[in-house]
Design a protein around this ligand. Sequence first.
Ligand SMILES: Cc1cc2nc3c(=O)[nH]c(=O)nc-3n(C[C@H](O)[C@H](O)[C@H](O)COP(=O)(O)O)c2cc1C
Length: 376
Amino acid sequence: MGFERAVNIDELRAIARRRLPRFVFDYVDGGSEDERTLAGNRAAFERLRWRPRTLVDVSARSSETTILGLPAALPAVVGPTGLNGLDWRDGDLALARATAAAGLPFAMSTVCMSYIEDIAKVATRGLWLQAYVFRERAITDRLLDHAAAAGCDTVMLTSDFPVAGKRERDYRSGLLPKQRFTLATKLDILRHPRWLLSVATRKPRFVNVERELGPGRNVNEFVGHGMFDPSLDWDDLARYRDRWRGKLLLKGVLRADDALRAAAIGVDGVVLSNHGGRQLDSAISGMDALPDVAEAVGNRCAVLVDGGVRRGSDIAKAVALGAQAVLLGRAPLYGLAAGGEAGARHALAILAEEFDRTLALTGSRAVAELTRDLLA
Ligand SMILES: Cc1cc2nc3c(=O)[nH]c(=O)nc-3n(C[C@H](O)[C@H](O)[C@H](O)COP(=O)(O)O)c2cc1C
């Protein structure tokens, strides 16, 4: 089946699974340890039930909203995912183009595989840089300087990665710990000649980190070997707040007290996230944390949430519980892997259509009408 015929995100996932070598699919799809949190992210949406308003004239509806003060077609942002260049040739650029076409902001990962400047040219509906803080702090500083020069308006600092989560699928394929693939992985790669020719022939690289490292240092040796600084703490957040003039978000919050602390430091928003179930297994999901955090934070800063969004109705549920927007992780990635830019566009179109349909079916004409009383 071509990606055009996929009627939902799950079907795009099935196509992505066939197209990608197993080790890439597992990298995208997998979570840490027993994948309890990965499953919990879906369960948090699945257990919510609507209490729709009836007999509302919903003939005129709008999904438009503002995210951090800027207009967006939908309360959603394409969130930061590393290694997109493994899903499709120049995957970051393809995904950024699809995101802009859908009228949404695009968040690029520190470990993405296209230059910030090139992404900035195509991410015309807003570009956010997700920043990891390296042990070698100067690398992060230079990355922020490059981001500012490229016109990126928002930095999102990820705080849930003091060490990597134990992603067991990646150990099985040989991607971890040292990219020494097992024989089974190598044979499987050979069984995907299309991928081999389009993606692997131009080995995707962590070009932004590589540039900040300077000549003579091997980025592949560097990335993934305890590179991120586990000493990162609240004082650092305050320093980044002073240093970065644009909007600043903290991603990886799961508690109201932490959200309040971040707001007091002056962040523009927090992202309730467990990193898509890839870090601490058995962590609660962002959706579990959302009601408490939204109530505690009030309008001190924006509250965003991610993890497990696979339906437009999931986006609506997050908004109804108090989120300004969601981040989309795997959903557009499955589209990207299934069909490049067009596939990612298809994924985003599915979500937008489902969101609009949910507005109508819940008796809502606008994003602001998605209120908490709609959820049982
Ligand atoms: C393949 C993949 C790579 C990711 N890379 C990053 C990253 O580089 N930085 C980051 O902050 N989060 C990263 N994440 C986490 C996402 O930003 C997001 O929190 C998560 O995917 C949301 O869950 P979902 O995939 O179920 O939508 C990654 C997630 C995936 C699936």
